[in-house]
Design a binder for this molecule. Structure first.
Ligand code: FES
Length: 296
């Protein structure tokens, strides 16, 4: 009981005594991070493989566009764990920021998460100022430097009460995630949510016979397009073992998965020729329409 009283009174005192500028930053960052966690917690598809908003599908897309895509590719096989960790971390960082628990650590965690999101999804945004991740990274960094003052490095109190406050915030973060899951909507069906109609992939003239092209399919997942003498065809680039992103090796003439070595033969319906799965890659319907190759 005493712990909860001190927990709440420290938070209340921080709101009473800090400058207006600092309180505005805390309020915005804390609320935004809790909202981000809530968004994920109430999205029933976020941790459900096959859903369009599944974290694994997002990691797949990051692995093809990020400058550190190889790292995201490694995370895909642990997608549910990664998604759960990100969701609870967002709640924990937001709550800690609002309640003034381990403030420097939570500010640094918020900064690191924003940099990670920038590398993952908005690195190529142009012009750069349209990407909010960079703005959040700078805001978290400024907030961190402001509260860190003249200290060098971190000062994380390890006295018993400090540890208990951090633990209590962790419990609250998990509880928020649980409540969010309770309010989650039903998982949307992939078929219904996929964009309808056709989508242009590449100009036919830009894809010579024997060429391949990576593209993002209408459901947001990475895919590989082939052109042979027989025509054009495409497969999902999501490995059927644990969801890493496969890529085409011209030397081996196979689609290869970097995670556990699955290999698929694109000239033979993407059948597995090696590796821990028996399931071929999913086929994606493509066609030539006028000057373009389109996803049907
Ligand atoms: S994810 Fe295991 S082989 Fe591709």
């Amino acid at each position: 009981m005493k712990l909860i009283q001190s927990y709440l009174s420290t938070a209340a005192q921080s709101w009473r005594t800090q400058t207006l500028a600092l309180r505005i930053m805390r309020l915005w960052l804390g609320v935004t991070w809790i909202y981000a966690g809530w968004n994920k917690a109430t999205d029933a598809g976020f941790l459900t493989a096959g859903s369009p908003t599944f974290i694994g599908t997002q990691l797949s897309a990051y692995s093809t566009q990020s400058p550190v895509g190889f790292a995201f590719n490694k995370l895909i096989e642990h997608a549910v764990l990664v998604g759960g960790f990100v969701m609870v971390s967002e709640f924990a960082i937001g709550l800690a920021t609002l309640l003034w628990v381990a403030p420097r650590l939570s500010a640094f965690a918020g900064f690191s998460m924003s940099v990670g999101l920038w590398l993952a999804s908005s690195f190529h945004s142009s012009p750069y100022f349209l990407a909010s991740d960079t703005a959040y990274a700078i805001l978290w960094l400024s907030y961190f430097l402001l509260i860190n003052g003249k200290r060098k490095g971190f000062e994380m109190s390890l006295e018993r009460r400090g540890v208990l406050r951090v633990g209590l915030t962790g419990v609250l973060a998990v509880a928020f995630a649980g409540v969010g899951k309770f309010f989650a909507n039903a998982v949307p069906s992939t078929t219904n949510s996929a964009a309808s109609g056709s989508a242009k992939i590449i100009k036919l003239a830009a894809l010579k016979v024997g060429d391949t092209a990576n593209f993002v399919s209408k459901n947001g997942s990475p895919a590989v397009l082939f052109r042979t003498k027989k025509g054009v065809f495409a497969y999902s680039a999501i490995c059927t073992h644990q969801g890493c992103t496969v890529s085409y090796s011209p030397a081996a003439k196979l689609l290869q998965c970097p995670c556990h070595g699955a290999q698929y033969d694109p000239l033979n319906s993407a059948r597995v020729v090696n590796g821990p799965t028996q399931t071929p890659l999913a086929k994606i319907k493509v066609a030539v329409s006028g000057l373009w190759v389109i996803e049907a």
